[in-house]
Design a protein around this ligand. Structure first.
Ligand SMILES: NC(=O)c1ccc[n+]([C@@H]2O[C@H](COP(=O)([O-])OP(=O)(O)OC[C@H]3O[C@@H](n4cnc5c(N)ncnc54)[C@H](OP(=O)(O)O)[C@@H]3O)[C@@H](O)[C@H]2O)c1
Length: 280
């Protein structure tokens, strides 16, 4: 790729995968140290002077429980800053790729959620991410709004790593078996992002996860698969959400339905790759 690409949040879990997948572009990798995206003046100055053709925003405040007590900061990062990026991208005529989440939906629909379905977040994180979507649609022009879910990959705090660490030090662990979703491997999502941009897909909203049954899988099933693939002997026991109260409410059903692009590979295959190539 010969285009000038700017990745924001480049040190985050998805940012690192994007950096790998776009490594042959004329690439700038910025994280909080290079640019605080909540500083509108800096956003304008620095991005206008770089003049990227593609801006990929993987920066976010992603601590779901932390958002409950820190919604002011979260709305600045996940919400308002997206508007600053959308305006600057529009001014430059650049493409803006931005990521959002299944948590913009209320999780009441056991059939899952299509790109056009109405949003209704049930926690602070979801509200701040929805605000970002609204800023983007209001101020942006050439944008891809990619909603994803249950992300894991190298170089970030994620569910798979947490389960495997626990499974190595205990015989038994309980994992929630009444929340349903579709896991997403960061490297697959980064490659799908590149495909969308390179294929000049129409601008708009995309739902991208690895493939899973339409009814989704649970965190329990996800944990079981990871432990089995690593040949660990720990027993995974199913439990209910009530047994693990968390500050932020989680949507029960958060399967994102992709009606627009070629589906990504199956979640088990992606998990297998992650454990084989990225895990010691
Ligand atoms: N993780 C998931 O399960 C999940 C699910 C659905 C959607 N998503 C979305 O996917 C995207 C990527 O998520 P991720 O898990 O890769 O996130 P992540 O690992 O938490 O990375 C986010 C990055 O953004 C940086 N950042 C935070 N505030 C910033 C600011 N004001 N200015 C510039 N950079 C800032 C962080 O820096 P510090 O670490 O120094 O704060 C971090 O490097 C996000 O939009 C997220 O909402 C994630």
């Amino acid at each position: 790729m010969t285009k000038k690409v700017l990745i924001l949040g480049a040190k985050g879990m998805l940012g690192q995968a994007l950096a790998r997948v776009f490594s042959d572009a004329d690439l700038s990798l910025w994280d909080l140290n290079q640019l605080d995206i909540t500083d509108q003046q800096q956003v304008e100055q620095k991005i206008l002077s770089l003049q990227p053709q593609i801006i990929i925003n993987a920066a976010a405040y992603t601590d779901v429980d932390g958002c409950e007590t820190n919604e002011d900061l979260a709305v600045r990062v996940n919400g308002l800053a997206v508007g600053y990026l959308a305006s600057v991208a529009k001014h430059l005529g650049a493409i803006l790729v931005h990521y959002s989440t299944d948590y913009v939906f209320d999780g009441q629909n056991s059939a899952g959620y299509k790109e056009s379905d109405p949003t209704n977040p049930v926690n602070a994180y979801g509200r701040t991410k929805l605000r970002g979507e609204q800023e983007l649609t209001k101020k942006g022009e050439k944008y891809y709004l990619i909603r994803t879910a249950w992300l894991y990959g190298p170089g970030g705090k994620n569910f798979v790593d947490t389960i495997l660490t626990k499974a190595k030090s205990s015989d038994k662990l309980k994992v929630v078996n009444d929340q349903f979703g579709k896991p997403t491997y960061t490297l697959d999502l980064a490659q799908a992002t590149r495909n969308i941009v390179e294929q000049n897909q129409p601008f708009g909203i995309y739902h991208i996860t690895n493939q899973a049954p339409a009814s989704g899988i649970t965190w329990y099933e996800f944990a079981q698969a990871a432990v089995k693939l690593k040949n660990l002997s720990a027993e995974i026991e199913p439990c209910s959400t009530e047994e693990f109260p968390r500050p932020a409410q989680r949507p029960k059903y958060s399967m994102l339905i992709n009606t627009k692009i070629k589906p990504m590979r199956e979640w088990q295959e992606a998990l297998n790759d992650y454990l084989k190539y990225n895990y010691e």
